[in-house]
Design a protein around this ligand. Structure first.
Ligand SMILES: *Cc1c(COP(=O)(O)O)cnc(C)c1O
Length: 365
């Protein structure tokens, strides 16, 4: 029996050759491929600047440092996300706050952000909206709130490279200060591990560049100065070469992902997240909502479908409970979590695979 996971990278000969060529070149890191990859991401998204880094987690950490998050500062994100969207605030010494989701998209609800801002006593410094499953959040609403309160907006677009909001590419930073992408193999394009930050703000760009590499500034000849505490969060040229090659396939991936989503919508008849009019998503996940999720999960596994749940609400993790959060704090997120399960969605699925997957799912519902 063929076994299907919920996601899988897609690599072909052009990817292998791109990596091989870089392996035979003079630079394995700190070379021309990193700059070329950054420029390709700028060209694709329309952003002015891009900094490629070793993961989206590293990218999120650097965004928090670049905007100066420290003790006493609060940052709001969604409970329905991967841990890193919240952890990055803690790395910088800040305090995480959550705003509940809209049930129909599982994206952060701008009204819930507004409620949070009313009680925060001016401590909120930034919002990290997460474009869940590839669908953009309502960025116009979020931007208008943050302009009113003078806050930074960092888009966690780990799911959303290739997606659009009101005709502009996610990552253009039209409605935000910075946008973060992930190139982990389960995401839409991959570099093995990897991430990137886009921005239109030159000052933030310069800060990110230095923080990526030990806080070092070149002065003259062999001299350099360390002016702040930075990290080694660099991406290698080997990874960048793969990223350039993968990015060239992104629009094809997007088309195939949408075809698969449409196929499931038409052939399964199961409740699923809905796409808003402002969105043109490059779908990362196909989330369906089922009543007896554990039974569905186990029966699917018996039939060769290794599904996954996105996500356990972050505030219910033991570490976050120790920080004072509890079950019941974010009812929409918790209700969503009880039912959500992600079906196989990746460009390598053929039509025959889709028929097979639908047949197996129909046998268990
Ligand atoms: C995957 C993911 C991350 C972290 O990405 P890495 O590149 O693995 O560090 C952050 N946020 C979201 C929403 C993610 O899905």
């Amino acid at each position: 029996m063929k076994v299907y996971g919920y996601g899988k990278q897609y690599l072909d000969l052009s990817d292998y050759l791109a990596v091989l060529k870089t392996l035979k070149s003079d630079f394995l890191t700190c070379g021309p491929k990193v700059k070329e990859f950054e420029q390709a991401i700028c060209d694709y998204t329309g952003a002015k600047y891009c900094v490629a880094v070793s993961s989206a987690t590293a990218a999120l950490h650097l965004t928090m440092l670049a905007i100066g998050i420290s003790k006493g500062d609060e940052v709001i994100t969604s409970p329905i996300t991967f841990l890193a969207s919240a952890n990055c605030v803690l790395y910088a010494g800040g305090t995480v706050k959550f705003a509940d989701i809209e049930p129909e998209t599982a994206n952060i609800d701008p009204h819930e952000i507004e409620k949070r801002l009313k009680v925060d006593k001016g401590r909120t410094k930034a919002i990290i909206p997460v474009h869940f499953a590839g669908q953009s959040c309502n960025m116009e609403k979020i931007r208008s709130l943050t302009q009113k309160h003078n806050l930074f907006v960092i888009e966690d677009a780990a799911h959303a490279i290739g997606s659009e909001y009101k005709g502009s590419k996610v990552g253009s930073c039209k409605y935000s200060d910075m946008t973060v992408f992930s190139f982990h193999p389960v995401k839409t394009i991959t570099t093995g591990e990897g991430g990137a930050i886009t921005t239109n703000n030159e000052e933030l760009y310069r800060k990110l560049l230095h923080l990526r590499s030990h806080g070092m500034y070149r002065t003259q000849n062999w001299e350099y100065e360390m002016r702040e505490l930075g990290y080694n969060y660099r991406l290698t040229d080997i990874q960048a070469a793969l990223g350039i090659s993968q990015l060239q396939k992104l629009d094809k991936f997007k088309k195939r992902r949408r075809e698969i989503v449409n196929f499931y919508n038409e052939n399964l008849g199961l409740p699923h997240l809905v796409e808003k009019d402002f969105s043109n998503a490059c779908f990362h996940l196909y989330v369906t909502l089922v009543d007896n999720r554990e039974e569905f999960y186990l029966k699917a596994r018996e039939r060769g479908l290794n599904l996954q749940v996105h996500y356990i609400p972050v505030h219910t993790q033991p570490y976050y409970k120790n920080l004072g959060f509890k079950e019941g704090d974010f009812p929409n997120s918790e209700a969503y979590y009880k039912k959500c399960i992600s079906l196989p969605l990746y460009p390598g699925l053929k039509n025959s695979d889709l028929h097979e997957i639908v047949k197996r799912i129909k046998a268990i519902i």
